[in-house]
Ligand binder design. Structure first.
Ligand code: ADP
Length: 227
């Protein structure tokens, strides 16, 4: 817990320090021309955005972990939920000219889930795949049934993960250093998805990856047995 608080503080101090520094530059009149002022304002805006994302994500995790968020499970069509996630992330994929493909099971995959939470988890996985895949790569989301569960996976042709990173990406705030410049992030998307899938739904979230050639994040959720 102490370690968590200290990493949160650290994560918040960095953007705050940068906001403060640029505000001081502006106040001191160090930005002589309009272009420089715009640049400073841009940095301030970007860092404020980063703080907002961080706080939103932290609140999300805290609420779910504390059980403040009511888990509302209902029988749902997994394909419907995944289709919605697909549509949410599609514009981001288009911007990077990423080939964005869905291969959903032709079967009705009924499963007892909290729709909003699984939607969030699927969006996190899809948007990561887009974030960590270079332009013109491809991202595919699939669904299928398997024994006593439904499975969906998000496969990308992106930067992939070294074995030691693949273990750690589910830790809060962990980001792979060399990939940080590819996209903004907080290191909270995967821990949240893992919590939703495993603790709230009794499923599993795992990753298979080869550094440099892509990753597949796989979610498996047990299906309800009616007795
Ligand atoms: P964020 O994306 O906000 O940094 P996440 O918790 O979603 O946080 O992911 C943690 C880290 O895992 C990312 O910073 C990135 O280094 C790595 N990662 C996540 N998804 C992928 C992916 N599809 N391909 C390669 N690396 C990934």
């Amino acid at each position: 817990h102490a370690e968590f608080v200290s990493s949160v503080s650290h994560e918040m101090k960095t953007p705050l320090a940068s906001i403060k520094a640029y505000v001081e530059l502006l106040a001191d009149g160090d930005a002589e021309d309009e272009a420089t002022r715009d640049e400073f304002l841009n940095v301030i805006n970007g860092q404020a955005e980063r703080l907002r994302r961080l706080i939103d994500n932290l609140l999300n995790i805290a609420r779910i972990e504390a059980g403040v968020v009511q888990v509302a499970k209902e029988e749902q069509s997994l394909n419907d939920v995944l289709e919605e996630a697909f549509q949410v992330v599609q514009p981001a994929a288009e911007q990077k000219s990423i080939q964005f493909v869905s291969e959903f099971s032709p079967l009705f995959l009924g499963v007892l889930i909290d729709r909003d939470m699984i939607l969030q988890a699927a969006i996190n996985l899809l948007s990561n795949a887009v974030k960590y895949t270079p332009d013109a790569g491809s991202v595919t989301i699939r669904s299928r049934t398997s024994d006593d569960c439904v499975v969906f996976e998000v496969e990308d042709t992106g930067v992939g993960l070294a074995p030691e990173d693949a273990q750690r990406v589910f830790d809060k705030f962990y980001r792979v250093k060399k990939d940080q410049s590819m996209a903004p992030g907080t290191g909270l998307g995967l821990p949240l998805a893992k919590h939703i899938v495993e603790d709230v739904h009794g499923g599993t979230l795992s990753v298979e990856s080869a550094e440099g050639s892509g990753s597949t994040f796989r979610v498996s959720i047990p299906t309800t047995k009616r007795t």
